[in-house]
Design a protein. Structure first.
Length: 406
């Protein structure tokens, strides 16, 4: 048997050369001659006294299955280093840093591969986007905020009050009802035939309020589709100015936003025939004293703007009489289609409609509305309710009247 892989010089090994007669007692009695020869050969090649041992000698003598004496697995060094770095919370680079090209190199390479027509198209798109930002930036900077109560209605909240020309609007403001000198009486069925939507009435109003009358207005065809109907409920005491709950119903010709003071409106939940929806509660209104600019007054008008099946409802009450958000919401939730065959309705009997010669109710005179018409190439426009102008003015024309439009 040969251990030639550990021999530095080939030697002739035999039992007689290395195994002396006095060494025979060192081997067990059951050792064969080959085993004795192999032991003598190992003794010639290695010297335990000088710690020259065969490979894996200790592992062979100790427990060969113990993990402590087994060879290390591949990647043990990397795992140990990663564990130490993680425990010491030291940053380490898993992979060598990659050289990244500069932005100038990337852009120059990309620009060279882009065709001229495509480059011109991209430049045109960028110019249009920049122009859009320039045009719309004043609107956002002026603090314009929209709240929607439906598809065609809502409010536009602004920081600065609009300047309203009183020469174009009737002087009466927040006076319910209408001048009846030009009015004539018609029946409710006749009024329903003229309306472009079914008439709705509430099934709830505060018990102290009674039905006064129904009023029909011709409607301003620049923003209303057909006539406007107004239901009025009144609470009056002797010697005290009467209080009113007014429900104005109309079908909008286009999207109509009531312009209000920023922070004076918020969305509220309402119930439309069992389904939840959103309406808007507005606290206050614009008012103007003499030639001074308009200011927002909070204490004498509360209003809900609601929309259902394409019909817009402006429900107005007097907060000084306790007609607040909760009361108006209850009125809005109780609205239902008018039954022509019913003999009695909440608040009294409805058997007549006063037809007015005016276009809009005087209660909403001086209110400013923003009209959003997608078919109008000039964009959205503003109009004062009750004004005699035949067409609403664009925002550019009204920029001198409305300082919140730059």
């Amino acid at each position: 048997m040969s251990m030639s892989e550990f021999e530095e010089h080939p030697i002739d090994i035999n039992a007689e050369t290395f195994c002396l007669p006095n060494m025979e007692g060192l081997f067990p009695a059951d050792f064969s001659l080959d085993e004795v020869e192999f032991a003598c050969e190992l003794d010639a090649l290695f010297s335990p006294e000088q710690e020259e041992l065969p490979p894996l000698f200790v592992q062979t003598l100790v427990e060969p299955e113990d993990a402590r004496f087994q060879s290390l697995e591949q990647g043990f060094e990397l795992k140990t280093r990663a564990a130490v770095m993680r425990r010491l919370r030291l940053k380490r680079r898993i992979a060598p840093p990659l050289s990244r090209p500069s932005l100038k190199v990337v852009l120059s390479g990309r620009m060279a591969s882009i065709s001229r027509p495509l480059l011109a198209f991209c430049a045109s798109c960028f110019f249009i986007m920049l122009l859009t930002v320039v045009v719309t930036a004043p609107t956002f900077a002026s603090g314009l905020t929209y709240l929607l109560s439906g598809t065609h209605s809502g409010v536009l909240m602004v920081n600065t009050p609009p300047l309203i020309s009183t020469a174009k609007v009737p002087n009466a403001k927040h006076v319910p009802g209408v001048s009846r000198t030009e009015g004539q009486m018609i029946t409710v069925p006749q009024a329903q035939q003229r309306l472009h939507f079914p008439l709705s009435v509430p099934s709830y109003v505060p018990t102290r309020y009674n039905q006064s009358d129904l009023y029909m207005y011709e409607g301003d065809n620049t923003w209303v589709d057909g006539p406007i109907i107004v239901a009025e409920y009144t609470y009056s005491l002797p010697g005290v100015a009467p209080k009113h709950i007014t429900i104005c119903e109309f079908k909008p010709q286009q999207t109509v936003f009531l312009v209000v003071k920023d922070g004076a409106a918020r969305q509220i939940p309402v119930n439309h025939n069992g389904s939840s929806d959103s309406a808007i509660f507005v606290e206050g209104h614009w008012t103007q004293f003499g030639n001074a600019s308009s200011t927002w007054v909070y204490n004498d008008r509360s209003e809900i703007i609601d929309e259902n099946n394409g019909v817009v409802f402006w429900i107005v009450g007097d907060p000084s009489d306790g007609i607040n958000n909760a009361e108006l919401t209850s009125v809005a939730n109780s609205l239902h289609e008018f039954d022509l065959h019913a003999n009695h309705h909440i608040g009294g009997r409805l058997d007549r409609v006063i037809q007015s010669g005016e276009d809009t109710p005087s209660l909403f005179a001086h209110d400013v509305i923003s009209l959003e018409n997608p078919d109008n190439n000039d964009g959205p426009s503003f109009k004062v309710v009750g004004s005699t102008s035949e067409q609403p003015l664009s925002r550019n024309v009204l920029s001198s009247q409305f300082p919140f439009i730059n």
